[in-house]
Design a protein around this ligand. Sequence first.
Ligand code: DC
Length: 209
Amino acid sequence: MSTVVAIDGPAGAGKSTVARLVAERLNYAYINTGSLYRALAYAATAAGVPFSEIDQNFLNSCQLEFRGADLYCNGKLLSAELRAPECARGASVISANPLVRDYLMPVQRNSANGQWIVMEGRDIGTVVFPDAEKKFFVTASAEERARRRMLQGEAGADFAAILADIKARDERDTNRAVAPLKQAPDAELVDTTGMDINEVVEYICSRCR
Ligand code: DC
């Protein structure tokens, strides 16, 4: 039996940093499920498969496996390539495909593997682990999320373009038919607008102890 802390929320809310630090602080394992969607988008692009043509055969050719928090696809470690903006957009597009979501469900559930774990994504508290012990929905206004991304210095981007990109991803992630981004009824809302990372980490840890 795993003990799961689910952290869901929209793109750019600082979930990944928060979830990683919470896991470190509590001494839990950490899994970022967005990297699975990114890995499939990356693999499709590398194989020349258009996102609209991702089918079961293609999915069966991608062996995804976490070793600790590191993600391997067919034995190759994926890391920096997954952070490219094209990969993020591709992940958001393919995540609406039910075959993709079905394929990734057991990968996510198996990766918990009986551990105490912090798992972050969009549908962890609603679909992947509806019985998670603790659920948080971490968000911030779209403007705040765009400002944070600007500060991280995405090369050559301007504020209006980043804000438009965030809003487009929110729109896709919230309105897809299967497992849309939404707060679980029993999840605690953490609006991080105006909070710094340490305050958010401290708050979530205090709710888990
Ligand atoms: O968290 P992220 O930005 O790395 O996620 C990339 C995309 O993957 C996101 O736009 C939607 C999708 N995703 C999802 O649908 N369900 C998850 N549990 C995690 C990510």
